[in-house]
Design a protein around this ligand. Sequence first.
Ligand code: DGY
Length: 347
Amino acid sequence: MPVPGRFGARPCARLRAALTKVERPPVSAKPRIFVTRRVPEAVTDRLQRDYDATVNTADSALSADQLVAHADGMDALIVTPPDKMGAELIQRLPDSVRAIACFSVGTNHVDLDAAKQRGIAVTNTPGVLTEATAEIAMLLILGACRRAWEGQKLLRRREWDGWKPTQLIGLELSGRRLAIFGMGRIGQATAARARAFGMEIHYHNRTRLPADQEQGAVYHDTPDQLLEVADVLSLHCPATPETQGFLNAQRIETLPAPSVVINTSRGDVVDDAALIDALKRARVAAAGLDVFAGEPDLHPGYYDLDNAYLLPHLGSATVETRNAMGFKCLDNLDALFTGREAPDRVA
Ligand code: DGY
């Protein structure tokens, strides 16, 4: 159990008056944490053992007002990607809040500068989503290339009238060029899996990888050079102002034909109207998407496209990974509340 140290020395609001006369809160006082969504059982057990935790067990989206109200008297928050922690909301958080632990590797939902200005530490969960997300990238590549959604629909609507030589013909992975935009941990893990399917790996990254990590992958100096060889384009970059709307109408036109677009990073990296238009015209043969701008309200144009293979942000949704993400949140909070440096502090 974390014993409140330097970082955790702030008493919660309810006790503040009573504690003003003592130098330190009692060592048995557990830091108070508000968790915006239900978390896996193993994580809940540890949370309850070590913290005075309140969990939004309704598992519903919280408005900014609700979040601020729930934060009252809390020492820290555990937040998830749908919780939009913009500058305005962060400014409204009570002074008691000293840390925000993101239950995610992505931190684009938190205004890190605003948190820094308020002296609120922010942490994330790098390194533990790699395998699960690479698996989902492969599922999307296969699903989009081999027309899995159309096959499912045919069967479940009871419309399949039997095997035909020309039915639902897709694109074979073997021999195709997989272009990876963003060759970090997840990009590399996706490459390793795609190699086993006989794909040729190409990539662009801010920094070229050393040869032992490239594993024969072909490096392209610019994103646009990469797009020219993208039989399958897989997006693995973080959402930043630079990558916002990266795959736009102009870049789509540089893709070979046929090409397939895969996104497991963040929806904001794609210009939805441009991709939908290209899918409708079959300029892009298919897309496999796990993430969307404005989740859960994705662009309505995707719903009726048979060549869009869609998943509801399942990249990290395995028992192993979601437990590991929760434990990382707690490891970071344990460190902060015992006066140590949090291993995954991003602000
Ligand atoms: C993350 O951690 O950023 C993922 O998108 C959640 O699956």
